[in-house]
Write a protein of this length. Structure first.
Length: 184
């Protein structure tokens, strides 16, 4: 029979492995959603102030790296907090494109990558690093928190945001592709 500490440790491992599964699944969905896009299509902007597909991919790669820095370098021990309702809200609100958000300046695309393929390579490498961290992490992610522009969150909640953020931009990419001027 497990002690309370052993049961908590098993739950923490299960939580991390569920996050790893979610990270792998959302990466696959994002990459599959961008397969076959030409360079001309990747650079198309439906409006002068809108982002292109390549810029969306650049942003996704930058956010992944930035969120990991917040979690690994800026998080601190906090009271253990498990908020299933917030976790569900994060998954839903991340995908909700009706509420537009202004990206922080540090993750606004500026053409850092020479092609869509390079941006996707960087995203995938960043996602590999995220998964490697979670696989080796021994911390209870519900008992670590960090500051986020939307408010404080646990590291567990941060990983939910990291996992689902690419899907928000995949929906944006679908909007770009639905533009009548989108290159065929």
């Amino acid at each position: 029979m497990q002690t309370g500490d052993q049961a908590a440790g098993t739950r923490a491992i299960d939580d991390r492995m569920a996050l790893v599964d979610e990270l792998r699944a959302t990466r696959a969905t994002f990459l599959e959603g961008l397969a076959g896009i030409s360079e001309a299509q990747s650079k198309f902007k439906p409006a002068p102030d809108g982002w292109s597909i390549a810029e969306c991919a650049e942003h996704v790669a930058l956010v992944e790296k930035g969120m990991m820095s917040r979690i690994t370098d800026e998080s601190s021990t906090s009271e253990r907090t498990v908020r299933p309702e917030k976790q569900g809200d994060l998954r839903k609100s991340t995908l909700n494109r009706t509420s537009k958000r202004q990206a922080p300046e540090r993750v606004v695309p500026t053409g850092r990558f020479s092609s869509l393929a390079k941006a996707l390579e960087q995203f995938s490498a960043n996602r590999d690093d995220t998964i490697a961290y979670l696989t080796s992490c021994k911390d209870d992610l519900h008992a670590r928190s960090f500051a986020h522009p939307t408010g404080p969150m646990t590291c567990h909640e941060g990983f939910i945001l990291i996992a689902n953020h690419p899907l928000r931009h995949l929906a944006q990419i679908r909007e770009i592709q639905a533009s009548p001027e989108y290159p065929k």
